[in-house]
Design a protein around this ligand. Sequence first.
Ligand code: ADP
Ligand code: MG
Length: 507
Amino acid sequence: MRIKKLPENIVNKIAAGEVVERPASVLKELIENSIDAQAARIVISVEKGGKRLVEVKDNGTGIHPDDILEAVGRFSTSKINSFDDLFFISSYGFRGEALASISAVSRFSLISRQREFSLGKELYIEGGVFKHLSDTGAPVGTTVRVRDLFFNLPARKKFLKSERTELSHIIDVFHRYALYHSEIHFELYIDQKKSLILQPETVEDRIKRLYPKVENLVYFEKEAPEGRVSGYYSPDYQTEKGFIFINGRPIKNAVLKKVIRSLLGNNFYVVFLELPPYMVDFNVHPAKIEVKFRKEAPVYRLLKEAVNRSEKPVFHLSQPKNSYSAEFKVLGQIENTFIVVYYNGDVYFIDQHIASERINYELLLKKYRTSGLDKKQIKPVKMTVDSLQKEKLKELKELLEKAGFTVNEENSTIIITTVPEGAEERDIRKFIYSLLDSETPQFEIESFLGEIACELSVEAGDILHEEEAKSLLKIWLETENPNLCPHGRPIYYKLPLELIKKKVGRK
Ligand code: ADP
Ligand code: MG
């Protein structure tokens, strides 16, 4: 066979396979376009899990009447001019292939009008085949209607899941953008019924509106030359749910997620990273949901510092630092597990074990970073390693030394003769192997220190006298992050007196 160029409509169908996986991916692209067009109001309608219809209507800038056809052309974009622009993208779009791809695999209509024109244009394309283009009366802005996705690709259509599953993906996409863009008015209609109307509001209010299970939100932020991290977590909402945004894009990144979980445990979270464009590459996936970092370590460090500086709602201080003890009143201990404290109109239940764990963890961490942890002789542990693991060990030797491990090498065997004090009972072999395979060894070591801290701490069930409780609380309040234990569990629960009053009907 001779070589020939594929016709454009086949190219578009192939490309559609990368950008358009399911109705939710259509929604994602359309919402992004509306936001790029500075819409203040976005109205979304879906039918049958988006399989029958995904419609997005906005009041943005609209498309110039002479550019309508251009908009659905492949690699047609108004958002970049040169290759270099790729490194300084502030818009969601830039590849100029979403509309071309979507219109190749659906019954597609686009209506748009710009403010300067009295009439708009309406374009209709079916399975990549141009049907008509005409003048039409329309409000300023753009409406895109995508019907019968994959009607011309039965094999792809079969891969779509049930309406319910597709709808859950749609809602997920909707939540991500609605959450980040709390300044935009959003409406969502599902099968012609009103599902959600969101007025412009603060991010915090938007989070609470989308996730009613969130009661308290703890804010954190940190700015450094490498970038800025901010976000929230909810100590009273334990869930798999969490959102990461980088430069406004909702993204997925397994390693980053793991790092966040190691800091915030199972708490609901929203994390915003603002990084200079050269630090991240979004152009690794057509739908731009995966990212690559130029360097990962500074990103993780920033994140960790941000979380550790999180707002301290307990005894949040505008007073001078040393006045805590005068301010709070220890009411007692319950079940030899919780210290109950009254402070400034709220009652706090503080888990004595995890508060103490936080204290010990920070002490260990400090020692690990400065003079190194105390070493404890153990019965030598032998492990076989392959050449890759051996290389990794070389890189980690200094860190391990500081963490109290003495590691000797003999060909393909390593022998561990000391461990940090408090770790004698732990499965050292398992820890070292996981460290050697880890992409984030620094975090593995720190979370190991968290486990040791646990062993060294006051137990649940230990009786504490008032003075002991007070001194524990005092030291705990001086820790960098009194909110969470090293594994991310919340340390205390706050019961506002206001709430108690409301519950018993006292004004
Ligand atoms: P990209 O977003 O990567 O530029 P798309 O295929 O998604 O590519 O869109 C192509 C072009 O169509 C955009 O660059 C933009 O100029 C125009 N466009 C698409 N949707 C809208 C919209 N909702 N409002 C205004 N212009 C739009
Ligand atoms: Mg786009």
